[in-house]
Design a protein around this ligand. Structure first.
Ligand code: ATP
Ligand code: MG
Length: 290
């Protein structure tokens, strides 16, 4: 593919031209390179299941108030990696991580670091919506209360549901069960529940993969709002989605079967989709494999 073909392909995927993207960035804050504020710093992270090394030597800076997308073929360690960012990986028996992950000036793997506190500061939304068997209201309020929330609960529930773009659909049925919502609404309820404890970072592992296009669109719409307040890391198999919603993209890849997954390329989303450095990245984002 020539450079101009690549640029056109990137524009087709993102639906945004280079000029528009530059404009958007100006409005958005500093472009990559100027770097913005650091949200999390990952250095030489490797992850194991027993003796099997699933991910090796990942180093990555995650910018605050930006959306970072993680893409790559199945089995290359995206979910494993993202779970290392809030110490959820180690809850799997035999699983462990090596390396450093900093959240502000806290090394989340330091001896004095409390995983419960880390998981509150770095929230997670899973692939399959998993509301509690409680009312819509309590789904949002409960976690915040047990985390010591002392403010106006009604106000906090409304704010969280608004940020998750669900408020208008549920405001008249807050006492009804969360199970009565559609899949897409349940997923937004889970996002609201995560927001309620006011994390600094939100990790999302394919949050829209089980949803219909309308619900997917709603989840994507929340991203622009969410990054005003939070740092977002999202795993997705949907190239258009990664291109549309993210500022930075990391491509994970495995060279040979049985090898650990690696961060193969990490850059501005626009660069990854229009002019990546490595051939494997280009083949992947243009749909030649994976
Ligand atoms: N609980 C587990 N126990 C043992 N091995 C695991 C476990 N979970 C994942 N693995 C292995 O770790 C590697 C990375 O898996 P992971 O689920 O992180 O990949 P992924 O990139 O998220 O894939 P997908 O795109 O299919 O979700 C794979 O080889 C997988 O089989
Ligand atoms: Mg996965």
């Amino acid at each position: 593919m020539t450079q101009s073909e690549r640029t056109r392909e990137g524009q087709r995927l993102t639906g945004v031209s280079r000029d528009q993207r530059e404009e958007r960035r100006d409005a958005d804050g500093p472009p990559a390179g100027d770097n913005g504020t650091l949200g999390m710093k990952i250095q030489d992270l490797s992850a194991f299941y027993g003796s099997f090394k699933a991910v090796t030597d990942v180093s990555m800076d995650i910018r605050a108030n930006k959306v970072t997308a993680l893409i790559g073929p199945s089995g290359c360690g995206k979910s494993t990696f993202i779970r290392c960012l809030n110490r959820m990986h180690e809850v799997i028996p035999g699983a462990r991580a090596e390396g450093t992950v900093s959240l502000g000036d806290q090394d989340i793997y330091a001896k004095n670091s409390d995983p419960v506190v880390i998981r509150r500061r770095v929230g997670m939304v899973f692939q399959k919506p998993n509301p509690f068997s409680k009312s819509i209201y309590e789904n949002v309020a409960w976690g915040a209360r047990i985390n010591g929330f002392r403010g106006d609960v009604d106000e906090m529930v409304e704010r969280s549901l608004r940020q998750a773009a669900l408020w208008d659909e549920v405001k008249d049925r807050l006492k009804e069960s969360g199970y009565g919502l559609s899949g897409g609404q349940q997923q937004r309820l889970c996002i609201a529940r995560t927001l309620a404890v006011e994390p600094e970072v939100i990790l999302m592992d394919e949050p829209a993969s089980a949803l219909d296009p309308v619900s997917t669109q709603k989840i994507e719409d929340t991203m622009a709002e969410l990054k005003k307040h939070y740092t977002v890391v999202i795993v997705t198999h949907n190239m258009q989605q990664a291109a549309r919603i993210s500022d930075y993209t990391g491509f994970f890849y495995i060279v040979n079967m049985g090898d650990p997954g690696r961060l193969w390329e990490f850059d501005d989303t626009e660069k990854i989709f229009s002019n990546p450095e490595r051939k494997e990245t280009e083949d992947y984002v243009t749909g030649r494999f994976g």
